[in-house]
Design a protein around this ligand. Structure first.
Ligand SMILES: C[S@@+](CC[C@H](N)C(=O)[O-])C[C@H]1O[C@@H](n2cnc3c(N)ncnc32)[C@H](O)[C@@H]1O
Length: 260
């Protein structure tokens, strides 16, 4: 659908048939469980339990924010997209949970509220698209209370290499190998970091590194579609994903968990 038609539909009818709603997508809902399992286990260990305060930066349609609110956390979701937030509010309402959603760049929203402190700040699948990701990270650190957690996902280099190679796009693969940020195929901008670089980055921000986890390794590598599996198979895949800690960087995303 043409961009202008989509814009009008969104404004007039609050409707966009092509919008990729990550909350409503069954595969994305499956991958959300991987994030949530990792985040919850570190939160538990840090004695961060409902109704502790959680910020989700770049929450889109609430794929993580709504389940976190459902568990009982006091959730604030921030996103630049008003359309995404309308979806998030709708999903929260349908799930029967309360969460606060604020529109704006998370950096701006946090600088407008310098007193906001959260027990945990979650930022999943956002920073790999942001050329100012270091500045955003610094702002997010400031919103974590002392003793709280910062949980952020990044893209590993391996993801970009394999995505390019699968399309016989050797030129892009070589560019990714040589450059850790820049344009990538049809994406305006990408960035990747090695585990050592991530560790140094988080430690340079005064955080204590806790863990790095792969998020979506087998479904992505094996071309599997969790939504087409039986629920027993999905449970087994979830168990496999959560048990797999070796060769962390061979995944679609990696999740950093660090403490302030
Ligand atoms: C791929 S979605 C990730 C959604 C969600 N975190 C999840 O894992 O389901 C990325 C979202 O980040 C939002 N975003 C990008 N940059 C942002 C910023 N600086 N502040 C707030 N939201 C941002 C986009 O509008 C988009 O909805």
């Amino acid at each position: 659908m043409q961009k202008v038609v989509r814009k009008v539909l969104r404004a007039v009818a609050d409707y966009d048939p092509d919008y990729y709603d990550m909350y409503a997508d069954p595969n994305e809902a499956f991958f959300a469980q991987l994030y949530l399992a990792r985040i919850r286990s570190h939160a538990d260990a840090a004695d961060i339990r409902p109704p502790a305060k959680v910020l989700e930066a770049g929450c889109q349609a609430g794929r993580l924010a709504v389940p976190l609110a459902k568990i009982g956390f006091e959730v604030t979701g921030v996103d630049t997209s008003g359309f995404a937030l309308r979806r998030a509010r709708e999903h929260a309402k349908q799930a029967g949970v309360a969460a606060t959603f604020v529109q704006g760049k998370v950096q701006d929203v946090l600088s407008d509220h310098p007193d906001w402190r959260f027990d945990a700040v979650v930022c999943a699948e956002v920073l790999y698209l942001c050329s100012d990701y270091r500045e955003i990270l610094r702002t997010l650190v400031g919103a974590v209370r002392h003793g709280g957690l910062l949980c952020v996902s990044h893209r590993p280099k391996f993801y970009y290499l394999l995505e390019a190679l699968r399309r016989y796009d050797l030129r892009s693969a070589l560019e990714v190998q040589q450059r850790s940020e820049g344009p990538f195929r049809d994406t305006a901008y990408y960035n990747w970091q090695t585990e050592d670089e991530l560790r140094r980055l988080y430690e340079s921000l005064g955080l204590t590194w806790q863990a790095l986890y792969p998020i979506d390794r087998f479904a992505w590598l094996g071309g599997l579609n969790p939504a087409q599996m039986t629920s027993e198979q999905r449970d087994q895949l979830r168990e496999l994903e959560l048990a797999s800690t070796e060769a962390t960087s061979m995944a679609r995303y990696v999740l950093v968990i660090a403490a302030r």
